[in-house]
Design a protein around this ligand. Structure first.
Ligand code: GSH
Length: 314
């Protein structure tokens, strides 16, 4: 497949208004069709055939947009809006790199509140990252984005073929979303208190009023004033202790990856959160107490795609 460097005029309509920086990163390239977003999905059909089947005309959408049409696989314009290779943003970033998919790198500077820009809010109304745009259609939620990438781009699979194992994989990714991430967010956000508490109060009040997501607003209210209470921090540490115990137990069976021999979306999801643990919880997560986690982290760092993440820092 011949890859082209991204061409600015192919960027999704909303991003033309200025949301995010498209970086000229070697891994961040456009699909090889070089067509404007939205055009490609129909390219193999004549206009008449498309109009007869396309969802835009309220007809048989499934026939027109079948994800497994061979000419659709591995192609089409992908753009990822993200904060860099940390936390939820890392999840789809690493998946794209592992699968070797060309994409447009739309890095947003959270310190400049670029995720609140009206142009970005057209793509992500709650002002949240990561967001994937595929041929003009928005896919949200990091775990869902990765499953979408797996469904649409079936080369270099990152899910077990066996359906029971795939269900197990989802139990592991779900746990990160529901239990691990919320606990880590408390410590991570608390770390932003020195920065956020220095923001001009009037500016912050305006920012808060502009935040549509209640949870995010509550977090920033705290972080820009007192920070989290000692009791809240302690509870988050307790939960992260449970997380470390669970992961160490899973990896202690001697396998390379979370589910065994196959590297999967579960490893990617966990890697979006685990690297901060040894620093944030040194008494709990260290080479003596959690050797299997530390060895898994080293195996992760040894992967080519993980090394490529370095190129996506702000
Ligand atoms: N469940 C969502 C969570 C997304 C999320 O929490 N994103 C954070 C960055 S990691 C965000 O956009 N925060 C905006 C803010 O804090 O203002 C996902 O997995 O994609």
């Amino acid at each position: 497949m011949v890859l082209q460097q991204v061409r600015q005029h192919h960027i999704h309509a909303a991003s033309q208004e200025g949301a995010g920086h498209a970086k000229a990163n070697p891994a961040a390239t456009a699909g090889d069709n070089g067509r404007p977003a939205g055009e490609f999905a129909h390219q193999s059909l004549s206009r008449a055939a498309c109009l007869a089947t396309c969802s835009h005309t309220k007809m048989k959408a499934a026939d027109c947009h079948k994800e497994n049409r061979p000419e659709y696989r591995g192609r089409g314009m992908l753009s990822l809006y993200h904060f860099g290779p940390v936390a939820n943003s890392l999840t789809p970033l690493l998946c794209l790199l592992e699968k070797g998919l060309a994409f447009e790198n739309r890095l947003l500077n959270s310190r400049n509140w670029e995720h609140h820009d009206p142009a970005f809010r057209k793509i992500s109304p709650e002002g949240m990252v990561p967001v994937l745009v595929h041929d003009g259609r928005v896919v949200r939620e990091s775990t869902v984005i990765n499953e979408y990438l797996e469904d649409v781009f079936t080369d270099n699979p990152l899910r077990p073929a066996d359906m029971w194992e795939r269900a197990e994989m989802r139990v592991w990714t779900k746990y990160v979303d529901e239990y691990f991430c919320p606990a880590l967010t408390v410590l991570g956000a608390h770390g932003a208190t020195p920065f956020a508490s220095k923001i001009d109060k009037a500016e912050m009040a305006q920012r808060l009023a502009n935040m549509p997501n209640a949870e995010v607003r509550a977090k920033w209210e705290k972080v820009s004033s007192t920070g989290f209470s000692e009791a809240e921090l302690e509870d988050a540490r307790r939960r992260l202790g449970n997380v470390a115990y669970k992961l160490e137990g899973q990896l202690a069976h001697g396998q390379d990856w979370l589910l065994g021999e196959q590297y999967t979306l579960a490893d990617i999801k966990w890697y979006s959160m685990v690297p901060g643990l040894p620093r944030m919880m040194p008494a709990i997560c260290n080479p003596e107490a959690t050797p299997a986690i530390m060895a898994w982290l080293e195996r992760m760092v040894g992967r080519e795609a993980v090394r490529q993440l370095e190129g996506f820092h702000p």
